[in-house]
Design a protein around this ligand. Sequence first.
Ligand SMILES: Nc1ncnc2c1ncn2[C@@H]1O[C@H](COP(=O)(O)OP(=O)(O)O)[C@@H](O)[C@H]1O
Ligand SMILES: O=P(O)(O)OC[C@H]1O[C@](O)(COP(=O)(O)O)[C@@H](O)[C@@H]1O
Length: 336
Amino acid sequence: MKRIAMLTSGGDAPGMNAAIRAIVLASHYSGIQPLGYQHGFNGLLEQEYRYLGTEDVYNIIQRGGTILKSARCQPFTTPEGARLAASNLNQAKVDGLIIIGGDGSFHGAEHLSNYWNGKIVGLPGTIDNDINGTDATIGYYTAIDTALESIDKVRDTADAFERIFLIEVMGRHAGFIGLSAAVCSGAEQVLLPELYPDAPPELDDLAEHIQRAQKIRGKCSYIMVMSENLWPGGATDLANQLKARTGIECRPVILGHVQRGGSPVSLDRMLASKLGAYAVEALLAGKTGIMIGERNQQLVEVPFQQSWNKPKALDPYLVKIQRQVFDLVKNENNTN
Ligand SMILES: Nc1ncnc2c1ncn2[C@@H]1O[C@H](COP(=O)(O)OP(=O)(O)O)[C@@H](O)[C@H]1O
Ligand SMILES: O=P(O)(O)OC[C@H]1O[C@](O)(COP(=O)(O)O)[C@@H](O)[C@@H]1O
């Protein structure tokens, strides 16, 4: 193992730079040359890479985004794309490749392994936390805090005006950000794909809970956190429908891509630093076809397929206590 290459792919996540830094430093420490491919798998197809010295990773641990840029890349998913990537990696004399990304990128890693003989290791990097085999993914903790900062601010104005707000958070088809943000912000209601696997909730039920909260507490603020892709038309449509149903003003807030940016919080920096350094060790030990994760503070090696073969479960205890917050309003008597 003389040359290790790395790339960041799919949705960028805060902490990707910390992972790049850890890989570069661990490589230099072990006398290996690190290369960085730009723009995800596109870089493999375009032979867009550069040697990374230690000076390239000074002062990046605190920066969001990724100095290697990220992208999605359809041409790579074809047999021809993977063959070209393999031949380019051989031409650049790369022995091992570290792919930092989400489950899509790990599918890409597996795809490449059918055409390339080098060793491939993955690091879970996505704000969605939807990867099995690791307690958290790089970027998830920062995304929760970013969402929370906004929701807390919305709560201030919601409280002042005694208004209803629907806050749409990211998570593609996973409710990790939504659940954590709801619990930590004291949201009255949370809508997550895992709680409604077959169909979205009934409008009447949502409206009834809002009306019930106002009946018990008097006119008051009410925050509903909802995952993107859960309600057809998203938070804006649902807000309009709820207003039509209840006569109460409902305002949508779509947090969007702000959740992907910002300086990584300490938990993401630590996770990325550990996983990045360990990925280099794993390659040196001849490992391949695995994602490096962390479970119960132990570094673990997870075969790629296990990272996506079943949906990762939400923390059932968090679900339970959020449900209790919801039920308290539903069942409370307005006698006080
Ligand atoms: N089934 C697949 N086979 C081969 N490559 C894939 C596959 N799925 C995704 N990829 C590659 O990984 C890239 C990133 O995947 P994507 O799902 O967009 O992001 P993420 O890695 O964050 O989940 C895609 O643009 C594509 O190049
Ligand atoms: O930036 P895009 O291409 O609109 O993608 C948005 C999606 O990317 C994410 O931010 C991150 O998802 P991935 O890490 O799986 O790419 C999702 O939460 C969101 O649905």
